[in-house]
Design a protein around this ligand. Structure first.
Ligand code: P1T
Length: 378
């Protein structure tokens, strides 16, 4: 029987505990496991870097939510990315990255992987032809964010999947901004989905984590080998917190989208705002594509003030929107990408405008959010 998304979020990988009937899977807060005889670990569990039942529950749940065969979870989104890059690529290989992406992802390619012999090119990820033009004989991965962070560009996942297949490269989609509730890249032809589970999946800004989901079982085995060999795993309590959060993903995302649509309309009408960037607005260049490949348009909005000082002033003034990095939690956050989350891309092709403000619209009362922005802009 195939269950719906909300049912999977609550039940996949989360059977009641066999021994006690506890409805919620326990936190197996243990580093190691008693073995019945030398070489006979129970149920294959021998050491918690290699395997832990709480982590297994989360991995199974996330695989189900993305429509993938296997999930692997990590200590952070960047740990998941690093494990994927070092599993798939070797020195001399080439990767295409988006010309708009999370600053930390750019830093991982440009300041870490490059030192180990990986080469990369930045492409306009919303332009399939530009991505195709950047392919080289050594291209191993096309790395996509959609929507991108922080400029909310939309990439054609199915179109890029065709390009990557022709090039014998892997299509990797960072699905952090959309979450599996709004978009399922594997069904559109992606090979691997990446998540910072710190964001919408955890949803409560209380735990850092990352995940990979895929269908290729041989690659999944290789990733699992590297997950253990490199050791960037999430702990049992972090896995449990993430599982606790993901159960409500569908209802949270609906409210994030409701609120973001109203905030985007409010900002678009405001005389002090120069440009609002939200895929749900008809004037967004990726609006049609987003309508096709996403269920709704998400909770992230960026906007430009036309003046960097004005942007900083707004960020420093809101009260319900908390000035902080990160996104995807139930509370609304505001930030200045140029000086905060994307400081590491300064001077690169990925540099973001200095008058840009990014909002992670939370699930508070919409009137309070609009009043807060009206005061800060006023
Ligand atoms: O922070 P971490 O869990 O390691 O995830 C990194 C990451 C990966 N991919 C995307 C699209 C992200 O947005 C992030 C983290 N981003 C922020 C912290 C931020 O405020 O944008």
């Amino acid at each position: 029987m195939s269950y719906g998304f909300e049912t999977l979020a609550i039940h996949a990988g989360q059977e009641p505990d066999e021994r006690t009937g506890a409805v919620i899977p326990p936190i197996f807060q243990t580093s190691t496991y008693k073995q019945d005889a030398v070489g006979s670990p129970r149920l294959g569990y021998e050491y918690s870097r290699s395997g832990n039942p709480t982590r297994d529950s989360l991995q199974e749940c996330l695989a189900a939510l993305e429509g993938g065969s296997r999930g692997l979870t990590f200590a952070s989104g960047l740990a998941a990315e690093d494990t994927l890059i070092r599993t798939v690529c070797k020195p001399g290989d080439h990767v295409i990255i988006p010309d708009d992406a999370y600053g930390g992802t750019f830093r991982l390619f440009a300041k870490v992987a490059e030192r180990w012999g990986l080469t990369w090119s930045a492409a306009r990820i919303s332009d399939v032809d530009d991505v195709r033009a950047k392919i080289t004989p050594n291209t191993k991965m096309i790395w996509v964010e959609t929507p991108t962070n922080p400029l909310l560009g939309i990439a054609d996942i199915a179109g890029l999947a065709a390009v990557s297949r022709d090039a014998h490269a892997l299509l990797v989609v960072d699905n952090t901004f959309a979450s599996p509730y709004l978009q399922q890249p594997l069904a559109l032809g992606a090979d691997v989905v990446v998540h910072s589970t710190t964001k919408y999946i955890g949803g409560h800004s209380d735990v850092v984590g990352g995940a990979l989901v895929l269908n290729d079982l041989a690659l999944a085995d290789s990733l699992q080998f590297h997950q253990n060999a490199m050791g960037a795993v999430n702990g049992p309590f972090d896995a449990w917190l993430t599982l606790r959060g993901v159960k409500t993903l569908a209802v949270r995302m609906e409210r994030h989208c409701d609120n973001a649509e109203k905030v985007a309309e409010f900002l678009a009408r405001h005389s002090k705002v120069k440009q609002v960037i939200y895929p749900g607005l008809p004037e967004h260049p990726g609006h049609e594509l987003a309508t096709k490949q996403m269920r709704r348009y998400g909770g992230m909005i960026s906007f430009r003030m036309g003046d960097p000082a004005a942007a900083e002033r707004v960020c420093n003034t809101t009260k319900v929107f908390t000035l902080a990095e990160s996104l995807g939690g139930i509370e609304s956050l505001i930030e200045h990408p140029g000086k905060m989350t994307h400081a590491s891309v300064a001077g690169s092709e990925l540099e973001v405008p200095a008058d840009l403000i990014r909002l992670s619209v939370g699930i508070e009362t919409i009137d309070d959010l609009l009043a807060d922005l009206a005061t800060a802009l006023g």
